[in-house]
Write a protein that binds this ligand. Structure first.
Ligand code: ZN
Ligand code: ZN
Length: 394
């Protein structure tokens, strides 16, 4: 059984015990019910069979203190309806004559603002001085999302529609958590207050009601869509502006595009993690772009004007000086990445002298002639001279 199912299953109710029942009480309740609904004594009775299953499942979870604790936690977090301060009145008996018509109340809520609508409605209608902690304006949570951009898109920046899924009030039950046609009932334990007074050493200590987890209401028939939580995922599209020059792994913070705040609190932010695809030719070095430029030996030795590609199409002419060495880095100003202040980085061009792998007869002849003309120049003379040096302290 997945823990997801726990949210809408009341195992305490299944066994007919209190939330704080001891293991002995749980065991006793299980034995009694299991005996009563055991398939052996209830042949062809699907109702009993279902009941027997429920009771067994409940006992499995509650008889293990560790699992029971997990279950209690899931149940309390899963309880979506926040009922700050409870909704007061005289509870289910209507002692103070407060009409309890949920659908009427909800129609007046006008949809509420982002998740906390139900609590707001009760808070204002019953005008009951809700507890300050629950009513405090709360900033909405930040959402993190990620996008993958091409190299050129990252250089130029763009506006992207991002589909975001976030928590909102369940549309089917309007956030009550109760199945259509049913209403949550006032919690019998706390009479809807959400708190009970515990007597300890002669002192009365208020604590969150365990029956309703402070909601003041209990849901008997959970909404099938939200399983009683009152929350449901909702999808919206946000236009995310990604600035030019964004780097791989960079986080863009879009203020106010996260989860809506509660009780007038500001919305959270949307954090977009940007992944930038590698480019087959260009690289990034901070605000500069890099590219490796193959040139011939003749171009490097004699000097040349060479066309260099730039990102986004187009070329720029680069002057190669006579005698340019292999690996030399040349700078083309203003052809790099756009900075925040609008200025541009540079394009750094690394010269790569290409050695031909195949030579035509003419080329071979020309190179042989060149070689013969270079007899006087030994490129390794200095190497050998210095190899003899001790390289020590001198
Ligand atoms: Zn309660
Ligand atoms: Zn629902």
């Amino acid at each position: 059984m997945s823990q997801k199912d726990w949210i809408d299953k009341d195992f305490y109710k299944a066994l007919g015990v209190q939330k704080d029942a001891s293991q002995a009480e749980i065991k006793k309740a299980f034995r009694t019910l299991a005996k009563k609904h055991h398939p052996d004594s209830n042949e062809n009775d699907p109702k009993s069979e279902a009941k027997f299953k429920d009771v067994s499942e409940a006992y499995d979870v509650l008889s293990d203190e560790k699992t029971r604790k997990e279950y209690d936690e899931i149940r309390s977090y899963g309880g979506g309806i926040r009922m700050p301060g409870g909704f007061g009145g005289g509870g289910s008996t209507g002692g103070q004559g407060v009409p309890f018509d949920l659908s009427d109340l909800l129609n007046r809520s006008g949809g509420g603002g982002g998740g906390g609508g139900f609590g707001d409605v009760f808070g204002s209608i019953f005008n009951r001085g809700p507890s300050p902690s629950a009513r405090r304006a709360r900033r909405g949570a930040d959402i993190e999302s990620s996008v993958t951009l091409s190299f050129d898109e990252a250089l130029q920046g763009l506006t992207l529609p991002l589909r975001l899924t976030s928590d909102a009030v369940c549309g089917l039950c309007q956030g009550t958590g109760a199945k259509n046609g049913t209403t949550p009932r006032v919690c019998p334990t706390c009479q809807g207050v959400g708190q009970v007074n515990r007597n300890q050493g002669g002192f009365s200590i208020p604590e969150t009601c365990r029956e309703c987890h402070g909601r003041g209401l209990v849901v008997d028939d959970p909404c099938p869509q939200c399983h009683g939580s009152g929350h449901a995922p909702s999808t919206r599209t946000v236009q995310a502006r990604i600035p030019a020059g964004v780097r791989n792994g960079q986080k863009i913070r879009l203020r106010g595009k996260g989860v809506a705040g509660e009780n007038g609190g500001e919305a959270g932010d949307l954090l977009v993690v940007v992944n930038v695809s590698a480019h087959p030719v260009f690289g990034r070095d901070g605000d500069n772009l890099t590219v490796t430029l193959p040139v011939t030996f003749a171009e490097a030795a004699l000097g040349a004007d060479i066309n260099v590609p730039v990102p986004g199409g187009g070329t720029v002419k680069l002057r190669l000086a006579e005698g340019t060495q292999n690996g030399r880095q040349l700078r083309v100003r203003g052809k790099g990445v756009r900075r925040k202040d609008g200025t541009m980085g540079d394009l750094l061009v690394t010269v790569d002298v290409a050695v031909p792998q195949k030579l035509s007869a003419t080329q071979r002849e020309a190179l042989s002639a060149y070689s013969a003309a270079s007899q006087d120049h030994d490129p390794r003379a200095e190497l050998f001279a210095r190899a003899k040096e001790d390289g020590g302290t001198s």
